[in-house]
Write a protein that binds this ligand. Structure first.
Ligand code: F6P
Length: 356
């Protein structure tokens, strides 16, 4: 006979720092406050499809119990960010009931949350979403899990590259992730002291970048740091992002080649593609805090009988917002008049064409 409420939890989409911290928070609160049973579903909808569930308890990994999850990157549940799961939609929906789940918490970015939202609506699941993504492109929330750590990782790389760039009078081009959104490049570029930031939302010109580099040289600056978001468009307005998985054909390399052609000076240019380094690592204090607050709030929403909601950080606190409303506005792009775009310009950073 089943006595306790059974709560499932899964992580979906690309991993990021802070996922384990949210798992810990959910397990702690669900068990300590509500005395529920918590089941981890491995590899998101793949685990559901295969009816796999791992009991999660306070007495986790080692003598310190589940607490080491607070500062551990990645996700102990595993994740998938590809696959056509909606082909087997009936099977996945049925598995929620076969596993005897009373509720499910799903942690994902906008792509994963769209799939899970469809499943919960069709399957009549009790479902609460928690937003995570280093891309920061989930709407209606001021914070998502993973973004702060990724920004800090990029800033650390920019700090290192600045020393070597200055020593050799070089132009360092740094390609960062973000898919079709420029939040990562914009935040990290400003915080890391970039001289130019190219983001998908704002058109740029190679002539504009070269003019800026010339002005920097005229002012006595003999090196420069250029942050390029992977989703930036090339000259004919198409994107290299989806078609290129190889660092030597990505957007950073493209910009480097174009700048070499347009400058009168002999420029010494190097390209760094930060890649999945941005997704790994130990979560920052802010990401741990957000993960813990989101995990707690999600469990409370389940206890209150809510469903189809996402926990969101708004006005300095955690609120519940409609998942349908979130998905209608995601992916969230950088507005051309975003205050950080204005801030970058005020700092003399080249950030594309102002008139666009
Ligand atoms: O959405 C997160 C993200 O890291 C993007 O910034 C990046 O373009 C993509 O995932 C990489 O995906 P994968 O891990 O499949 O290479």
């Amino acid at each position: 006979m089943k006595l306790k409420k059974r709560l499932g939890i899964l992580t979906s989409g690309g991993d990021c720092p802070g996922l384990n911290a949210v798992i810990r928070a959910v397990v702690n609160h669900a068990i300590l406050t509500y005395d529920w049973e918590v089941l981890g579903i491995p590899y998101a909808t793949k685990g559901l499809l295969e009816r796999k569930a791992i009991p999660l308890s306070l007495h986790g990994l080692d003598l310190r119990g589940i607490d080491p999850l607070l500062n551990m990157g990645g996700t102990i549940l595993g994740s998938i960010n590809k696959g056509d799961t909606l082909n087997q939609i009936d099977e996945i929906i049925a598995s929620y009931h076969d596993l005897k789940l009373d509720a499910l918490i799903g942690i994902g970015g906008d792509g994963s949350l769209a799939i899970l939202n469809k499943l919960q609506a069709m399957g009549n699941w009790q479902f609460i979403a928690i937003p995570k993504t280093i891309d920061n492109d989930v709407a209606l929330t001021d914070r998502v899990i993973g973004f702060d750590t990724a920004v800090n990782t990029i800033v650390d790389s920019l700090n290192r590259l600045t020393f070597t760039a200055a020593s050799h009078d070089r132009i360092m081009i740094v390609e960062v992730m973000g898919r079709s959104a420029g939040h990562l490049a914009l935040h990290a570029g400003i915080a890391g002291g970039a001289d130019a930031i190219l983001i998908p939302e704002i058109p740029y010109s190679i002539q504009g970048i070269c003019k800026h580099l010339t002005e920097l040289r005229d002012r006595g600056r003999r090196f420069a740091i250029i942050v390029v978001a992977e989703g930036v468009k090339i000259a004919d307005d198409s994107s290299l992002y989806a078609s290129c998985q190889n660092p030597s054909c990505g957007m950073g390399q493209y910009i480097a080649d174009e700048i070499r052609n347009c400058s009168h000076n002999e420029l010494d240019i190097r390209v760094s593609v930060l890649g999945h380094i941005q997704r790994g690592g130990i979560p920052t204090a802010l990401d741990r805090l957000v993960a813990t607050a989101f995990g707690k709030a999600a469990v409370d929403l389940i206890a209150a009988g809510e469903s189809g909601k996402m926990v969101a950080w708004r006005n300095g606190q955690v609120e519940a917002v409609s998942l349908d409303a979130v998905l209608a506005e995601s992916p969230l792009h950088v507005a051309k008049n975003h205050y950080l775009v204005e801030t970058a310009r005020a700092m003399g950073i080249y950030i594309g064409n102002k008139e666009s």
